[in-house]
Design a protein around this ligand. Structure first.
Ligand code: GUN
Length: 305
């Protein structure tokens, strides 16, 4: 029997409606609407789309978004100065510096400069430290999204063997901590892990967050495992596509019609034949990530009053 598709779009809609209600209540109590400042440096087309989507999502729930655009040759000192201004601005509850930054700019320095109370990405060392200690704080949106999806679908994490594929500060490491907090037994695997397929195959829950299209093949997955795919990759190469979409002819058709197609780190068609539940790409974790950002912005607004 094919696996259940874990739909993130429907859940994101429900969560956004709840946030819209909470924003209305916040405003009803006499406060100004929560404000999110986005900072986009340079003209990376994917980043432009992400920031636009985030601003549109804010508008739909009643959060004010204030967009700041800087040229790719902006010196670090100017970026620092903008972050300082936003930190001090009483109208701004949350600050998001879109990554990656253009070459020559130090993203860690920028992220560390954001006030932890306005760090709606949850990337500041203070917030990462609170997560490490299991204390409340602003938490990174993508792993939070994965946790909401798992909770919504009633996946009991207690005692599960979870493998997180990828060790980024944005997803892999915080994801591992959140799973550990819910009593899973967690392994972080990565590009240097020996016999990656065998390690992944031990997982009752496999979370893939490496940014490599179709890396995880069907035989990497333990029968009846739950698979969460965080990757969002654009594939244009026909040869690669023929390999990774062998069990998904529709993706091949899309590629031929449009010149490119989106896919995750997992071969979805193959995973559906082995796992008990799989998140699709697009329409899985992605829509929930923005819901996490909105929720963090509202939380920051409540805390910063
Ligand atoms: N670039 C890719 N994902 C993210 C994210 O979650 N936050 C920020 N600020 N930049 C990103």
């Amino acid at each position: 029997m094919p696996a259940t598709k874990l739909d993130g779009t429907a859940l994101a809609k429900t969560i956004r409606a709840e946030i819209a209600e909470q924003v209305a209540e916040h405003v009803g109590r006499g406060h100004r609407p929560p404000g999110l400042a986005t900072v986009l440096v340079g003209d990376d087309p994917a980043s432009q789309v992400y920031v636009r989507n985030k601003s549109a999502a804010c508008a739909k729930v009643g959060i004010t978004s204030l967009e700041h655009r800087l040229t790719p040759d902006t010196p670090q000192a100017d970026l620092d100065a903008l972050i300082d201004r936003l930190n001090a601005d009483p109208e701004v509850d949350g600050i998001l510096v879109q990554l990656p930054l253009p070459q020559g700019l130090d993203s860690k320095r920028a992220l560390h400069r954001i006030s932890p109370a306005k760090d709606v990405d949850g990337f500041h060392p203070m917030n990462q430290g609170l997560l490490l200690e299991g204390l409340p704080g602003l938490r990174p949106c993508t792993p939070t999204a994965c946790m909401s999806l798992l909770a919504h679908h009633g996946v009991n994490l207690k005692g599960l063997r979870a493998v997180v594929l990828g060790r980024s500060e944005i997803v892999g490491k915080p994801m591992a901590l959140m799973l550990l907090e819910q009593h899973a037994t967690v392994t972080i695997a990565h590009s240097r892990t020996k016999d990656l397929p065998a390690v992944c195959r031990e997982a009752d829950l496999l979370v893939a967050a490496v940014g490599r299209p179709g890396l995880v093949e069907g035989f990497w997955i333990k029968p009846d495992a739950v698979v969460v795919d965080v990757g969002i990759n654009r594939v244009e190469d026909e040869e690669l596509a023929a390999r990774i979409f062998a069990a998904e002819p529709k993706k091949l058709e899309t590629l031929r019609a449009k010149g490119s197609v989106l896919c995750g780190d997992v071969r979805f068609g193959e995973a559906m034949q082995v796992a008990s539940a799989v998140t699709p790409v697009p329409g899985g974790v992605g829509p929930l990530t923005i819901a996490g950002l909105l929720s963090n912005t509202l939380e920051a607004a409540n805390q910063n009053r």
